[in-house]
Design a protein around this ligand. Structure first.
Ligand code: ADP
Ligand code: MG
Length: 158
């Protein structure tokens, strides 16, 4: 199937999901892989990205690019870019980030607050949405929106 909903009990489980996603993103691809991550403030988007980065070999927590908007991470297999568009005032500002140049076949974009870049961002291969009400449990929906996204999702769920 090309979408699924997972119950994620705590921070450790969110990090583990992120690590699995990171490992899946190391696969070769013909195009850049774009992962959009939606959810309210405090939902766990940055925690998930931290897991992804740990999964591809970076130690510690993700530095939230709230002010820089974008933070690059290099691995031998792939360029990872963590974007947080919360402070974007206008979708057209995305162009100033030089996004087009980042969309190479060996890049992966992890984008928090993709709704701020509506109409300017490329279609996400994988659309993730994190829901929560009370307590630590998060409901994470993952939807593949392209063939590349389906491949990544299949690998995450293996
Ligand atoms: P966002 O980037 O969506 O604003 P963060 O990842 O920065 O969210 O923060 C999530 C907060 O929620 C952290 O303080 C984290 O410890 C807490 N938390 C509690 N349970 C979870 C969970 N299951 N997954 C992710 N974060 C959780
Ligand atoms: Mg965040």
């Amino acid at each position: 199937s090309n979408s699924t909903i997972l119950k994620v009990a705590d921070v450790q489980a969110m990090k583990a999901l992120g690590r699995a996603l990171g490992e899946a993103l190391l696969m070769p691809s013909r195009q850049a892989i774009v992962v959009a991550i939606r959810g309210d403030l405090g939902a766990g988007k940055t925690t998930l990205v931290g897991g992804v980065l740990n999964g591809v070999g970076f130690k510690g927590n993700a530095r939230s690019p709230t002010y820089t908007l974008i933070e690059p991470y290099e691995t031998p297999q792939r360029h990872f870019y963590h974007l947080d568009l919360y402070r974007l005032a206008d979708p057209r500002e995305v162009e100033a980030l030089g996004l087009r140049d980042l969309l190479t076949s060996d890049s992966a974009l992890l984008i928090e607050w993709p709704e701020r870049g509506e109409g300017v961002l490329p279609v996400a291969d994988l659309a993730i949405s994190i829901d929560y009400s009370a307590g630590d449990t998060r409901e994470v929906s993952l939807a593949a929106q392209t063939a590349a996204g389906e491949e990544v999702l299949r690998k995450v769920l293996e």
